[in-house]
Write a protein that binds this ligand. Structure first.
Ligand code: IPM
Ligand code: MN
Length: 356
């Protein structure tokens, strides 16, 4: 590049968060720096102190002015949020889900890939058998917080938790999934529970059937969510792109992580195709592993790879992919504490594989 011409610059908000979040994000940023230098782009990183520690210190989860700053970046890179001393629901609703909702990241994209050489609990899975993507609806369903208590604390208490499914919301996620299937093996599977959830499931099925007419090159099928769990274990190769609602997507992607080798390798992206997306390992804060160098950073590094691709840095993303594959070929296990390497050594392996 000639002197004086500014490199392309991406503004990235980093939220290391709680628990092992900062440890895995540190490795991700190490890899980012290595590929950035080689591919010749610049990053402006702004770190946000958000999460359980901050909440316990100040009572704040996501102050409005910080949300406004997050609206001005190109992408968000998140470690993990959650704290054993914070009541469940607060950080999830007021920080993580608030970010997903406020930024209208309506796609939760979770690739389920087992890289060559990775051992899992399912020895019958052959090389290449586990390679699909879950497109999880990320803005509605059971996650909106609609509902409430009646006569709370009495013997007649009622707790209502409503699943909100809008035509607009279902259509945009199903369309996204069809488009993605077109870039892959052209097969789209709706996973739901249409035999019981006869309203929400019916809406999803009708939208899939309608859009299928626009995508005659994509084959569609349907699998109940409980049966999908069996297929994940017995016949994962039947899946290419799965589209499902928010809650089912949450649950099946944890099982998806197991067939990838563990939470240590499972990455995800919260995507607003027209706006700001957020990239994160799908696991949590792993309190037992904090500060020990035993946590696997590959999930966070996988999230980095997704971020680079979404920023248009395909070459850098491919480097990171090569780095992850290299690390996987060397590591004993994807599980925390059983990797055969420390957290930062795994980061070094990825850098090695990404830069040579
Ligand atoms: C995930 C997590 C979150 C979710 C929690 C922490 C709110 O489990 O990203 O899968 O349910 O979406
Ligand atoms: Mn989850």
């Amino acid at each position: 590049m000639s002197a004086g011409v500014p490199a392309r610059t991406h503004r990235i908000a980093v939220i290391p968060g709680d628990g092992t979040g900062p440890e895995v994000i540190r490795e991700g940023l190490k890899v980012l720096e290595a590929v950035r230098a080689l591919e010749g782009f610049a990053v402006e990183i702004e770190t946000f102190d958000l999460g359980g520690e901050r909440f316990l210190r100040t009572g704040e989860t996501l102050p409005d002015d910080e949300l406004e700053r997050l609206r001005r970046v190109d992408a968000i890179y998140l470690g993990a949020v959650g704290h054993p001393e914070v009541k469940p629901g607060i950080l999830e609703r007021e920080l993580l889900l608030r970010l997903r909702f406020e930024l209208d990241q309506y796609v939760n994209l979770r690739p389920v890939i087992r890289y060559p050489g990775v051992r899992t609990l399912i020895p019958s899975h052959g090389e290449g058998d586990v390679d699909f993507v879950v497109v999880r609806e990320n803005s509605e369903g059971l996650y909106t917080g609609a509902g409430g208590f009646h006569r709370k604390g009495t013997p007649y208490e009622v707790a209502v938790q409503e699943s909100i499914n809008t035509r607009h919301g279902v259509e945009r996620i199903v369309r996204y999934a069809f488009e993605l299937a077109r870039e892959r093996r052209r097969k789209l599977t709706l996973v739901h529970k249409t035999n019981v959830l006869t309203y929400a499931g019916d809406l999803y099925q009708r939208v899939v059937d309608e859009l299928a007419a626009e995508y005659p090159d994509v084959a569609t099928d349907y699998v109940h969510v409980d049966a999908a769990c069996i297929y994940f274990l017995e016949q994962p190769s039947r899946f290419d792109v799965i589209v499902t609602d928010n809650m089912f997507g949450d649950i099946i992607t944890d099982l998806g992580a197991v067939i990838q080798g563990g939470m240590g390798i499972a990455a995800g992206a919260n995507i607003n195709p027209q706006g700001i997306s957020m990239f994160e390992p799908i696991g949590g804060t792993a309190p037992d592993h904090v500060g020990k160098g035993t946590i696997n950073p590959l999930a966070a590094i996988g999230a980095l790879q997704m971020m680079l691709r979404s920023l248009g840095e395909g070459a850098a993303a491919s480097r990171v992919d090569a780095g992850i594959r290299f690390a996987c070929s060397k590591m004993h296990s994807m599980r925390a504490g059983e990797m055969g390497y420390t957290t930062s050594e795994v980061g070094d392996l990825v850098v090695e594989g990404a830069t040579t």
